[in-house]
Design a protein around this ligand. Structure first.
Ligand code: NDP
Length: 511
């Protein structure tokens, strides 16, 4: 195991070299200030706007990006990854000279082939494992923060020494620097964002939902699980002492209980899902999908963001933060985002502040559970009736002009897997035709939705919001998220056809 420290890096290698920090945002500002405080020559490349004003206020010379790169020997690219290829092509690549040092803070664009610098430059990675504010604060505190470095091209023969010197300049060798490859950095970063983070989030929301269903007070549940700050404090102790050794900080009851019961939570499916996620990242499938999503103007991201912002849990959290006198909550946050949805009574901005916080929390939570549990005005359908409704619904879907039109624009198969009763069906759209039947699809589906029959019944009767059911774990989803979001375009038609089928079957069965 090799970790590089101050004694492994020599700042003199960078003396007399000019560094262009491109971008003055989270990382840009922190790294520029640290490098200057380490005695290095830094100028900033940025457009004329607030970021440029901030850099000027901090005493830096500001140039347009292409001029900053042209006037430097080292270019540190500290702008958002998604816009970097474009900025690289127009402002950076034409200005690169032989043996220049090109520094990335994320492996993404190089690892997935969106940027291919010429072989005549040193191409390195210096990726702090710390947010920008921490990069500056921990430099000033003297402790530093860890970073990953990588060398992708070594034109000068000194690329590694040069990136280690830069790591020392930003304060990272004080804490420790680890060498990886661009691909490893990018894959680990995406894995944390796409697999570890969401899995952890679902563990948290599953626990919240269970405890609320069991009648524990919402404010006590949120405090117990994460809002007291105990969890984040414990995580900082795990980072400091290690997963096993930090358990000494907990009571013996806690140690015995968590170790003896912990064995029950070794879930093989979790690993399978993580393996699938990692494979999607490594194969470049995610990078390809994200590039297409950006090109289309990020419609899927927008839909997912709106759904997350409308989650009642967010409101409950805000109420609790206010009750704890942490960060005042703006009055407008009381207004329900989805006030237009059919089953939702809205909380008005005027009424909420005068309501007792406890009552409001309980009220919000009651409604959250009502919505996601599918409790609704109409009773769940019995197994045979559900099957009959679905059969009729699928027959209607095959003949429906609106769905056929959708099939002209979109080729895909949606596979629904239902529980209680156990049923499966699919809808296949292709060449302006719709093929729909009970049972699994004849060929693998692009989108797979798995849920309880009563949740599907609620979704197709407009009582349950599908996005919310997915975000709260009542609906599990597999496959292509961008395609899945396009189903929203026909959601009203699916509801119309399901409503007709449900009405025909239910009224036909009545004596
Ligand atoms: P920011 O979002 O903070 O970057 C903002 C900067 O980018 C501003 O200077 C902004 O200036 C500039 N910028 C934005 N759009 C454009 C554009 N179209 N053309 C030119 N400049 C633009 O980025 P981060 O600091 O968060 O990330 C920078 C790099 O650091 C990324 O590679 C990221 O992966 C990596 N990283 C980030 C970490 C973090 O904690 N944030 C941690 C570790 C690595 P203006 O809008 O004026 O042009």
């Amino acid at each position: 195991m090799r970790v590089y420290h101050d004694e492994d890096a020599d700042l003199r290698l960078l003396q007399g070299r000019r560094i262009a920090v491109v971008g003055y945002g989270n990382q840009g500002r922190a790294q520029a200030l640290n490098l200057r405080d380490s005695g290095l020559s830094v100028l900033v490349g940025n457009r004329e706007d607030d970021y440029a004003n901030q850099a000027r206020e901090d005493g830096f010379r500001i140039l347009p990006i292409h001029e900053a790169v042209a006037n430097s020997d080292i270019a540190m690219l500290l702008i958002p990854d998604e816009i970097m290829p474009e900025v690289y092509d127009t402002d950076i690549a034409p200005q690169l000279a032989e043996d220049d040092l090109l520094v990335f803070a994320s492996g993404y664009n190089v690892a997935f082939g969106f940027i291919q610098p010429p072989p005549s430059v040193d191409l390195v990675l210096l990726a702090p494992r710390m947010i920008g504010a921490g990069v500056r604060d921990l430099y000033e505190a003297g402790t530093g923060f860890p970073s990953f470095i990588a060398v992708h091209q070594d034109s000068s023969g000194q690329a590694k020494e040069r990136v280690l010197a830069l790591a020392k300049g930003i304060g990272s060798t004080r804490a420790g620097v680890v060498e990886v490859t661009f691909a490893q950095e990018a894959e680990l970063d995406l894995f944390t964002e796409q697999c570890f983070g969401p899995a952890f989030g679902h563990v948290l929301t599953t626990a919240v939902n269970l405890l609320l269903d069991e009648g524990y007070p919402p404010e006590a549940v949120l405090l117990e699980l994460y809002m007291s700050g105990e969890l984040s404090y414990t995580l900082s102790k795990i980072a400091e002492m290690g997963l096993v050794d930090q358990s000494a900080l907990h009571s013996r009851t806690s140690q015995y209980g968590s170790m003896s019961r912990g064995l029950r939570f070794i879930l093989p499916e979790l690993r399978t899902r993580m393996e699938e996620g990692l494979e999607e990242i490594r194969s470049g499938k995610f990078a390809e999908e994200w590039a297409a999503e950006r090109k289309a103007g990020c419609p899927t991201l927008q839909t997912l963001r709106e759904a997350a912002l409308a989650l009642p849990l967010r409101q409950v959290e805000q109420e609790l933060r206010q009750a704890l006198h942490r960060f005042p909550v703006a009055q407008h946050t009381y207004v329900r985002q989805e006030a237009k949805s059919r089953d939702t009574d809205s909380i008005s901005a005027e009424a909420a502040p005068s309501s007792p916080v406890e009552g409001l929390l309980t009220h919000l939570w009651d409604r959250l559970r009502r919505k996601t549990s599918g409790a609704a005005s109409s009773a769940p359908l019995a197994a045979t009736r559900m099957e009959n409704v679905l059969q009729r619904f699928l027959a209607l879907a095959e003949e429906d002009p609106a769905l056929r039109e959708f099939g002209q624009q979109q080729e895909m198969t949606i596979h629904y897997v239902l529980h209680e009763p156990e049923l499966q069906f699919y809808l296949h759209f292709s060449d302006g035709a719709v093929k729909a039947d009970l049972g699994p699809p004849p060929s693998p589906a692009e989108v797979r939705l798995e849920t309880h029959a009563y949740v599907l019944d609620g979704m197709l009767s407009s009582r349950i919001n599908a996005m919310r059911a997915a975000l709260t774990g009542d609906l599990s989803f597999g496959g292509d998220a961008r395609l899945a979001i396009t189903i929203q375009r026909i959601q009203d038609d699916l509801c119309r056809l399901y409503g007709q089928a449900r009405h025909e079957v239910v009224s036909g069965d009545e004596p």
